[in-house]
Ligand binder design. Sequence first.
Ligand code: ADP
Ligand code: MG
Length: 348
Amino acid sequence: MSISSIGIIGGGQLGSMLATAAKKLNIKTVIYSDNPNAPAQNFCDLFYCGKYEDENKINEFLSNVDLVTYEFENIPFETLSIINQNKKVLPKPKINKIVQNRLKEKDFLNKNNIRTTQYASIKNEKDLKSNINLIPGILKTCTLGYDGKGQYKIENIERLESINLDFNNEYILEKIVNLKKEISVIISRFGHKKYEIYEPIENVHEDQILKHSKIPAEISNDILNKSIDWAKLIADELDYIGTLCIEFFIDKNENLYANEIAPRVHNSGHLTINSHNISQFENHIRAICGLEKIETKKIFNAKMINLIGNDITVYRNKKFKDNEFFFDYLKKDIKEKRKMGHFTIIDK
Ligand code: ADP
Ligand code: MG
């Protein structure tokens, strides 16, 4: 069946950029979000605002689309599987079940012989006390965290006493990696052994939020090849269709660790809009809609800067050169630590 309209769950900037990419391919987009101010409503053809549990609203949304995808991984698994009984959901909901839980995600990686930092499941005080070998570490909620939310740095054992954990949540304690660098690999998988892969992107985080990304990443060939091989292995093992991102750590001894799998387009790949012939967003739409896989090539090296909180105000009044590209996510309110837009500079 040729797809003429796709539904996107989630209405943030990733939804906006997916909608823009779909428009270029003459595919209509219908966005469903629980946020009445969702910025993606400015970029799609039709917008629904409702709770993710509201079956009537969801059904109305589904009546307008041929296929459903999503822009963030924390949609309740139940919602995605109910939708999947009616309209095809890509990437498959069962993938989300693994990657929306940090513990299941790390177990999956290790099962496939992909190195991660050492970690342990923390369900109670006793688990904490029996895993002090992982300190200095980072304690994270297993579900629903992003941009460092739900994370506690545990520098020493005393610090454990000062945090009040709610053991209704499940946690993971991860040993801190002595970071030299962070990179990500974005891969769009179209089917068995059919992928387009972007070269590794070098990322700098501030306060656990991505600040800059650039290509090429300054890394060794070994790290480059290993990160790409692991990304392919992960995409194949998940039988993934669409664009996927793997975040990696490189430590001071040149060891590579997989940190996170994002089953979606990713912030570090925003530069592909301007650096490549086909962006991560367009490749996602092409892959899920079964469109032609076009050889994806880099045209320019590039650097992307996230505009967080008040950073955006300067850019809104700035004049740009022809190698500079400013993206305003059109979010209603400026908030501290909120991603408001981004700015890409290409080398030309
Ligand atoms: P999320 O992106 O979902 O908020 P991450 O696990 O990717 O969560 O953590 C955000 C950032 O925090 C990472 O990109 C990294 O800079 C830092 N960080 C997280 N876990 C570790 C770790 N185990 N060792 C060193 N740095 C870490
Ligand atoms: Mg991350």
